[in-house]
Ligand binder design. Structure first.
Ligand code: HEM
Ligand SMILES: [Cu+2]
Length: 652
């Protein structure tokens, strides 16, 4: 391959050219719009340089929704290709690339930022903090994630997408079998985003341990904050493994080492092991915040406190611990022997116990509650049976001997979509709808939201339920086509139809955002759901400094106590508030990381060296910078607090 061939467009198909034109036109339109409306300054001052956890949360949210679209397009292409036997819409190579990017985009670049969007926005508010512990690092986390995502997303037009699956098993992902630069993109873009996530993990753990209002002991933390704490603890332990395994993979591909090769002393199974030592905890990084969101919602809309708070806390702690002990269940069939398989079978099935406890706690919270069927509550109620199917099929897969039958079939695909979609996507949509008024000061339309819910819930089941059967019937995952004689045709067509319904549901959701932004009433007060935790004791949208005075907390539901039992929430005088300054450095440094990653993808060593030096220069600059932040004076706070319902009334 000559030097420039590597940059070539991998699939000279009309779809790729059309995408390129669309991307080009969109970029031009955005640049033109920003210039025409003179918004460059606003964009830079208010967003690109912000260190405010609320704005960073909103940027994560926008990124997550964009990636949901990208991953969704991939998904439709996959379902369309397999909708009928012997289809030729995509060829095998193209299909490989699409399922790879679908998986990576959805897990790393959609679910992760969605979780961090809500954690960023809500956690500091729930613990009564001014911001996260390290606001500027928080901005760096976001921009590293964002630049990683952008690097990954250009792969399909510059040089080719990765094609070895989201699990990227070596030696398949090695130079011998993956000849384009695609896997380089995989290794470097996830590396960049992953460093951002690791920084977030440290940041949020510190925040939750050190920044809570003094009266909030650990066992008075709202459940979402608990799950955020444990999730970030998993991040801190799991992500370094990812960093290392990606680095080793990069060395094999770019520098000719033999770590994961079949020859010269390499060990191909080492990749599978290390990947899943990160990968299985990762699925719990995805699911635990969702458990937190559902816990908040279920108690708000059942109008009672969460049943079994302590057992909830215990079960997430146990889950997080067990999540590190099950990784080998992903390759029972790859020859580690009966003893290892038995041990991992047992640890895997053990996870179902704490998970079951949580399910019963939610059900018992609803029992005797006065349930209100709002959109967030619909997602929660929908989640319970669907996720239970996901969990039960997980236990089926966890039986090593039975897994020889299910492994790498569509049954597995059905399993993990039955956990991840109700577990993560439903939860994020529930959380988004629930906290939307806190974020933006108006509510999403309940009526349109319910339509979206039903389309999504029905579409989801129609898409994925048939896969349990095609899987048991022997249809392998990741096969780009099948013959008519297999008989898989009708159920796959049904899946495709379901995917269309699911996509329509997402379109309705997007329409809801548009519609509500235009027409929803703005005078809804700061607590439209009659909720229970501290974030609702701020104004909507929230002031830059969050709380004018430090709240006083006596239980997990401080705001509810305040409303119902008249417990005073805010005491003392308003004092001046210290705030961090904005900074362009996280954005600039992450942009350099983008060029750094791109240089490595194409083995362009001179820019790689220059950008490496530049990254260290940025860090050195930060070390010598004198930046003490600034104070918001008391008069300004009093002026903004004047019309706040919660704060003016001291004794209510
Ligand atoms: C009771 C709980 C669960 C059990 C017992 C369980 C068990 C398993 C097992 C044994 C496999 C490997 C099967 C095979 O490759 O043949 C698997 C795969 C998978 N599970 Fe679960 N699981 C559970 C919950 C979850 C949750 C909560 C998530 C995500 C939020 C999840 C996501 C996945 C994913 C993504 C894969 C497939 C990865 C791949 O090969 O691409 N699982 N699960
Ligand atoms: Cu697993």
């Amino acid at each position: 391959m000559t030097y420039f061939d590597r940059f070539a467009i991998p699939h000279p198909s009309p779809a790729i050219y059309a995408s390129m034109v669309a991307i080009g036109l969109t970029v031009i339109a955005i640049l033109f719009g920003l210039t025409y409306f003179k918004k460059w300054g606003y964009l830079w001052r208010e967003w690109l340089t912000t260190v405010d956890h609320k704005r960073i949360g909103i940027m994560y949210l926008i990124a997550a929704l964009l990636m949901l679209f990208r991953g969704g397009v991939d998904a439709i292409m996959l379902r369309a290709q397999t909708a009928v036997p012997d289809n030729t819409l995509l060829d095998a190579q193209h299909y490989n690339e699409v399922f790879t990017t679908h998986g990576v985009v959805m897990i790393i670049f959609m679910a992760m930022p969605f979780i961090y969007a809500l954690m960023n926005f809500i956690v500091p508010l729930q613990i009564g903090a001014r911001d996260v512990a390290f606001p500027r690092l928080n901005a760096l986390s976001f921009w590293l994630f964002f630049m990683g995502a952008m690097l990954f997303n250009i792969s399909f037009v510059v040089g080719g997408s990765p094609d070895a699956g989201w699990t990227s098993y070596f030696p398949l992902a090695g130079n011998d079998f993956s000849t384009s630069v695609g896997t380089n993109y995989y290794l470097l873009s996830i590396q960049i985003a992953g460093i951002g996530t690791l920084i977030s993990g440290i940041n949020f753990m510190t925040t939750i341990f050190k920044m809570r209002v003094p009266s909030m002991t650990l066992m008075k933390m709202p459940m979402f904050t608990w799950t955020a704490l444990i999730t970030n603890a998993i991040v801190v332990f799991a992500f370094p493994v990812l960093t290392v395994v990606l680095l080793l993979g990069t060395m094999d591909r770019l520098f000719g080492t033999h770590i994961f090769t079949m020859t010269n002393g390499g060990m191909d199974m080492l990749w599978a092991n290390l990947f899943w030592v990160w990968g299985h905890p990762e699925v719990y990084i995805l699911i635990l915040p969702a458990f937190g969101i559902y816990s908040e919602i279920v108690s708000t809309f059942s109008r009672r406190n969460l049943y079994g708070y302590k057992s909830m806390v215990a079960s997430i702690v146990i889950i997080s611990f067990l999540s590190f002990l099950v990784w080998a269940h992903h390759f029972f069939t790859m020859g580690q022997g009966a003893l290892a398989n038995s041990i991992f079978s047992i640890t895997t099935m053990a996870i179902a116990i704490p998970t079951g406890i949580k399910i019963f706690n939610w059900l018992l919270t609803m029992r005797k509650g006065r349930i209100e069927f709002t959109v967030p509550m619909l997602y929660t109620i929908g989640f319970i049976p669907i996720f239970t199917i996901g969990g039960v099929t997980g236990v089926m897969l966890g039986m090593a001997s039975a897994d020889y039958q299910y492994h790498n079939t569509m049954f597995l695909v059905a399993h993990f979509h039955y956990t991840i979609i109700p577990g993560v996507v439903f939860a994020m949509l529930a959380g988004l709808t629930y906290w939307w008024p806190k974020m933006f000061g108006y509510m999403l339309s309940e009526k349109i939201g319910k339509w979206a819910f039903w389309f999504i819930a029905i579409g989801f089941n129609v898409t994925f339920f048939p896969m349990f059967f095609t899987g048991l019937d022997g249809q392998a995952r990741r096969m780009y086509t099948y013959s008519e004689a297999t008989g898989y045709g009708p159920l796959n067509l049904l899946s495709f139809a379901g995917a269309i319904v699911l996509m329509a549901g997402v379109a309705i959701l997007v329409y809801n955002i548009y519609y509500s932004t235009r027409y929803a009433p703005r005078n809804i007060g700061s607590d439209p759901w009659n909720a229970r935790t501290l974030e609702w004791a701020t104004q909507s949208p929230v002031q830059s400094y969050n709380f004018a005075r430090t709240p006083h907390v006596e239980s997990t539901e401080a705001f509810w106590d305040h409303k119902k039992k008249g417990k005073p929430l805010f005491k003392g005088k308003i004092e001046k508030i210290h705030m961090p300054n904005n900074s362009g450095m996280p954005f600039i440094m992450s942009s350099i990381f983008f060029v750094w990653g791109f240089s490595f993808v194409f083995s362009m060593w001179i820019p790689a060296i220059i950008t490496t030096i530049a990254i260290f220069a940025c860090m050195a600059h930060r070390s010598f910078e004198k930046d003490d932040g600034y104070y918001i004076p008391v008069e300004e706070i009093e002026a903004t607090e004047k019309d706040s319902e919660v704060l003016t009334d001291e004794t209510r």
